[in-house]
Design a protein around this ligand. Structure first.
Ligand code: ZN
Length: 161
């Protein structure tokens, strides 16, 4: 069974950056990732590379930022006064919040707190990065009606609800 639109695909993946450091790996999580093919559950460059593959296929793919988590936008790194966070007692790097931008609502992460100045970054942490995936396809099956209506996979490796 070849991977195509509306298939439930299970993969083991290891994601490394350009220095070869592992960023994330399903092997460390213990079970493969299951996703619904053709529904934007995973980055487009990886989804495209999986089209037509089948169980047991192993391959490496390099995904450019435009097909991954997007380009890094310098204008999404901003310094804002602490008073912009009225009502938040304690601010520290790593805290996340949603804010409206000219590009629509985005998730911002606080990257630095320096006195009354807070630096926030609205880029995805992997924006601007080339993503190097090592992939093994471990299962392929047709999706259920319920999975298709939800747009994601249920059960093992997917959503439990
Ligand atoms: Zn669901």
């Amino acid at each position: 069974m070849q991977i195509s639109q509306d298939m439930v695909v299970s993969i083991h993946y290891t994601l490394t950056d350009k220095a070869g450091e592992t960023i994330d790996s399903s092997v460390e999580h213990g079970e493969p990732l299951a996703y619904l093919h053709g529904h934007g559950n995973i980055v487009p460059g990886l989804e495209n590379a999986l089209t037509g593959k089948t169980i047991g296929d192993k391959f490496d793919v390099s995904v450019e930022p435009a097909e991954g988590y997007g380009e890094h936008y310098a204008e999404l790194v901003q310094q804002v006064p602490r008073e912009a966070f009225e009502g938040v007692e304690h601010l520290e790097p790593g805290m996340q919040f949603q804010a409206d931008t000219g590009m629509g609502p985005r998730l911002f992460t606080i990257t630095e707190v320096n006195g009354d100045t807070v630096t926030v970054d609205g880029n995805h942490p992997l924006a601007g990065e080339v993503l190097n995936f090592a992939i093994e396809v471990t299962a392929v099956r047709a999706a259920s009606e319920e999975e298709l209506s939800h747009g994601h996979v249920h059960g093992e490796g997917g959503h439990h609800h």
